[in-house]
Design a protein around this ligand. Structure first.
Ligand code: ADP
Ligand code: MG
Ligand code: MG
Length: 254
């Protein structure tokens, strides 16, 4: 049993006009095997939370703590975070020309485990994970993210999730730009990882659509850089019906 704990987190983003405070005291505790949905209107700071956990240099933590089983995540480099068992989907969004998906996955696996995976089982694992995600085997030979469609990027994310076996995954807008079939396949991948390895999931989403496929244990509504309301799955249903209006000042639009 592991715990990812975010305490009173304050984060500013670097802008041309100077640092701009975005997160204003976020508190969240995620245990192994728990699925937490973070929902909220556009601009409420959801992605800022994800980037802060990923250690993106543009996001400055001004106060608060993030710990994984008591270890200070904020003091870790991006690589150390991955080795500690944190999977941050936006960690590798860049194109890596000349590096194939297959090589990339093996390198990442080796870095995280501290030793190369046993070749025969690894090749089998990659093949079956790709088949589960309905990915053509030629995908493994393509350069990472080069010319990937939105759906291919998301599948590649989930492929990493299934193969790297992290303890906690932060998935930001994994549902965006997916048609219903791709959404279902990607969601099944998250659910498989959750079942197989007791993965803890922080699922960040504006829309409730993905929550039909990935059932959250807890729902947190994010407004203006902090958690404004918390509940169980019924809160997501309520948001589906009512939207975010009641959380916003009169006259504004989510
Ligand atoms: P969400 O993911 O909930 O839509 P974001 O975390 O992307 O929200 O953004 C929260 C707020 O921070 C917004 O007002 C956004 O304009 C601002 N912001 C985020 N990143 C930057 C940035 N790199 N430069 C300037 N403003 C930013
Ligand atoms: Mg569960
Ligand atoms: Mg966002």
């Amino acid at each position: 049993m592991s715990t990812l704990e975010i305490r009173d987190l304050h984060v500013s983003v670097e802008t041309k006009e100077g640092p701009k405070p975005i997160l204003r005291g976020v508190d969240l505790t995620i245990g192994s095997g728990e699925i937490h949905a973070i929902m909220g209107p556009n601009g409420s700071g959801k992605s800022t939370l994800a980037y802060s956990l990923a250690g993106h240099p543009k996001y400055e933590v001004t106060s608060g703590t993030v710990t994984l089983d008591g270890e200070d995540v904020l003091a870790m480099t991006v690589d150390e975070r991955a080795r500690a068992g944190l999977f941050l989907a936006m960690q590798y969004p860049v194109e890596v020309p000349g590096v194939s998906v297959s090589n990339f996955l093996r390198t990442a696996k080796t870095a995280i485990d501290g030793e190369p995976p046993a070749l025969r089982t690894w090749v089998k694992d990659v093949k079956s994970a790709m088949a589960n995600l309905r990915m053509d085997s030629t995908f493994a030979e393509r350069s990472v993210n080069e010319g990937f469609s939105g759906g291919e990027k998301k599948r590649h994310e989930i492929l990493q999730l299934e193969l790297l076996k992290p303890r906690f995954a932060v998935l930001d807008e994994t549902d965006s730009g997916l048609d219903v079939d791709a959404l279902r396949i990607v969601s099944e991948g998250v659910n498989r990882a959750h079942e197989a390895t007791d993965l803890g999931v922080l699922l960040i989403t504006h829309y409730t659509r993905i929550l039909r496929y990935i059932k959250p244990d807890f729902v947190h509504v994010f407004v203006d850089g902090r958690v404004a309301e918390e509940g169980g799955p019924e809160l997501a249903e309520r948001l589906e019906n009512e939207g975010y209006d009641r959380f916003l000042p009169a006259g504004t639009v989510a």
